[in-house]
Design a protein around this ligand. Structure first.
Ligand code: ADE
Length: 247
């Protein structure tokens, strides 16, 4: 990794990046980030900061694939991010995943992308791929962080779509069609952008609900707690990445 790497930290909702932000706007971004600039662009607020000498850009995109694609592209093209770490929550599809569990995406797909009418598989468009993979080195760093902290890090396929899933039938369809382990609304959009622009990326999600009939209730109840778990894991990864850069 180059010594000059600029790292993007991204979530979809304010709650997902809030653990990185000071409650009082006059304070720097938590004790560990030194904030040096706030930029409003395209309807979002980007915080430029420094962490142990490394440049950071932090933002939440707002919910959904289009917003996520705009923010990921902006972080890369306007702010010069050379690596992107996504943090947030997801609905669990794999029955072994419990609320609060940490899931690192091994592949991401768009469950609502459908030109099957033309004989293509679900999630596929010509010149694209159904699944996009995060950076292998960042996945290894995640495993190392989990091992060091004694965290039972889950891995799995994340299916993304512009729908909050709170329905057993839809959830089963997504599981059957993509072998998905978790569902959310931004990851694959970020993956497509980073893959196209050749930027290593990683998607971390903590389970907030089980995408079933209780999902809206659970989501509201666990959004904050699960966001905290995900962001604290990503912070651990950031430490390791920064240490690697220093060597
Ligand atoms: N993010 C968290 N839970 C979700 C769900 N059930 N559906 C879509 N996105 C989610």
């Amino acid at each position: 990794m180059s010594k000059t790497v600029k790292i993007a930290i991204m979530g979809a909702m304010l709650e997902e990046v809030e653990p990185f932000l000071a409650p009082d706007e006059r304070e720097p971004l938590l004790a560990f980030f030194k904030k040096h600039n706030d930029v409003r662009y395209g309807g979002n607020l980007y915080h430029e900061a420094k962490y142990k000498g490394v440049d950071i850009v932090l933002a939440y995109s707002k919910i959904g694939k289009v917003n996520a694609a705009l923010t990921a592209s902006t972080m890369i093209e306007k702010f010069g991010a050379q690596m992107l770490l996504f943090t947030g929550v997801a609905g669990g599809v794999n029955p072994e995943f419990k609320i609060g569990d940490l899931v690192a995406a091994t592949q991401l797909c768009q469950h609502d992308l459908d030109i099957t009418a033309f004989g293509h598989p679900h999630g596929y468009v010509p010149e694209g791929a159904v699944f996009v993979k995060p950076d292998a080195k960042l996945l290894r760093i995640a495993k190392a962080v989990a091992d060091e902290k004694g965290i039972d890090l889950k891995k799995g396929i994340i299916a993304t779509g512009d729908q909050f899933i709170a329905d057993e039938a839809k959830k089963s369809w997504i599981k059957a069609t993509f072998d998905a382990d978790a569902i959310e609304m931004e990851g694959a959009a970020v993956a497509v952008v980073c893959d196209a622009l050749d930027v290593p990326f990683f998607v971390m999600r903590s389970i907030s609900d089980s995408a079933d009939m209780d999902a809206t209730f659970d989501f509201d109840a666990f959004l904050k707690h699960s966001s905290q778990r995900s962001s604290s894991f990503v912070m651990g990864m950031l430490d390791k990445i920064v240490d690697d850069l220093a060597q």
